[in-house]
Design a protein around this ligand. Structure first.
Ligand SMILES: Cc1cc2nc3c(=O)[nH]c(=O)nc-3n(C[C@H](O)[C@H](O)[C@H](O)COP(=O)(O)OP(=O)(O)OC[C@H]3O[C@@H](n4cnc5c(N)ncnc54)[C@H](O)[C@@H]3O)c2cc1C
Length: 365
């Protein structure tokens, strides 16, 4: 029997979900509040695990071709002294290469062949009837078998699962992002010191993606002149990037940095994915990975309807709980479905592999 799935939000999580469900007995509708096609956006640093997840969805090649490989990471002081470097290629060897890419290109790749109703938002989800009823901003209503809340950190769907509000990231409460002519960095380069952080990553031929924030929980004000003052004593390439970001006509993008931490990601036929379920601080560069890794396990053959949230939970990456001692568990329901929430939250294989790749200095801490 064909089941109706309503995916709310056409970001990485929503489009990855829609893509993963393609071909199975699901009739998938994606609604996206924003009108118009996605813009190129600024930069998305996709480590090897994100690219592997995109590979499982059949779009890694396209994404790799659109971005610049990240082969080395350099961590420097605010004065430019190299603290340590990470050979990113070795770190992710056997997983997938890392890349930095304009986010719109990832959305284009994931969304190819997927119809999206743009300019239509979800305003309410009512789960009291047998099947969820979803009220849309154009006055219409969708009745479906499963609602996937992929509607980001300020999710509306989340209200049907759990009552919570985003909390400010403990690492920084705000950030500035920009794309500028590359001022001379040839790899992922971060300068930190004095409570400030500036990151530059080559993102496109001749261009670098920049991320600037006040670290240690400090706030970066909304006035872009903060950037010029804050980074005035940073090394030349960092300063040149900031100057370019402040040039007339190239407004840097200011945003709060918020996190979502909740104990449950589904309730009955409503499941949360991506930032709606687990927004994390951008320093991990894991948002897109988590938003798309979620669905990888469909390849293991788990196709059952009620197995979906279980698959979701068991493939969550290892940051939330200690690794289980046994092998990773993916339950595919063939009889009565066990409670998905009793499934382990992490994949042991992923945990152990990730731990083994940590540079010794980091592993010791
Ligand atoms: C400063 C910063 C830098 C980051 N850098 C990186 C990075 O380098 N690498 C990385 O992997 N991650 C990064 N992240 C995190 C990453 O951007 C997110 O984790 C990821 O985009 C989450 O995708 P999503 O689809 O869950 O949510 P979103 O991208 O927020 O998509 C949600 C979609 O839902 C739509 N929507 C919202 N409400 C409704 C509604 N009611 N009805 C219909 N549609 C709705 C929105 O318009 C939006 O299109 C960064 C985050 C920040 C804040």
């Amino acid at each position: 029997m064909t089941r109706r799935v309503l995916v709310v939000g056409a970001g990485v999580a929503g489009l990855a979900t829609a893509r993963a469900l393609r071909g199975a007995d699901f009739e998938v509708t994606v609604v996206e509040r924003r009108p118009g096609a996605p813009l190129p956006g600024l930069g998305l640093n996709l480590p090897g695990n994100a690219v592997r997840a995109l590979d499982a969805l059949g779009v890694a090649e396209q994404v790799l071709a659109a971005g610049i490989p990240v082969t080395r990471r350099e961590y420097r002081t605010a004065r430019g002294r190299l603290l340590f470097a990470v050979d990113e290629s070795s770190y992710w060897a056997g997983v997938a290469p890392s890349v930095c890419v304009r986010p719109g290109l990832v959305l284009d790749a994931l969304g190819t062949g997927q119809e999206v109703r743009r300019g239509v938002g979800v305003v309410r989800v009512d789960t009291s009837p047998h099947r969820p009823h979803v009220a849309l901003s154009d006055g219409s209503e969708e009745v479906c078998d499963l609602v996937v809340g992929a509607d980001g950190v300020h999710s509306t769907v989340r209200g049907a699962v759990v009552a919570t509000t985003p909390r400010a990231s403990v690492m920084t409460t705000a950030s500035w992002r920009f794309v500028v002519p590359n001022p001379g960095v040839d790899c992922w380069t971060a300068w930190t010191g004095g409570g400030l952080a500036l990151l530059l990553i080559p993102v496109h031929a001749g261009e670098a993606y920049g991320y600037a924030s006040s670290s240690k929980g400090g706030a970066a004000g909304a006035d872009p002149r903060w950037l010029a003052q804050a980074f005035a004593r940073f090394p030349t390439s960092a300063r040149r990037a900031v100057e370019a970001a402040l040039e007339r006509g190239r407004a840097p993008y200011h945003s709060p940095v918020e996190e979502i931490r909740i104990d449950t990601w589904h309730r009955g036929p409503v499941v949360l994915v991506g930032d709606a379920a687990h927004a994390t601080g951008p320093v991990w560069a894991q948002g897109a990975a988590h938003a798309s890794t979620t669905y990888r396990r469909r390849r293991t053959g788990c196709r059952t309807w009620s197995g979906f949230p279980t698959v979701y939970l068991t493939t969550w990456l290892p940051s939330l709980a200690p690794a289980p001692t046994g092998p990773p568990t993916v339950r595919c329901a063939s009889g009565p479905e066990p409670d998905p929430l009793s499934a382990p939250l992490v994949s042991g294989a992923l945990c152990r592999r990730t731990a083994a790749r940590l540079p010794a200095g980091i592993r010791r801490r």
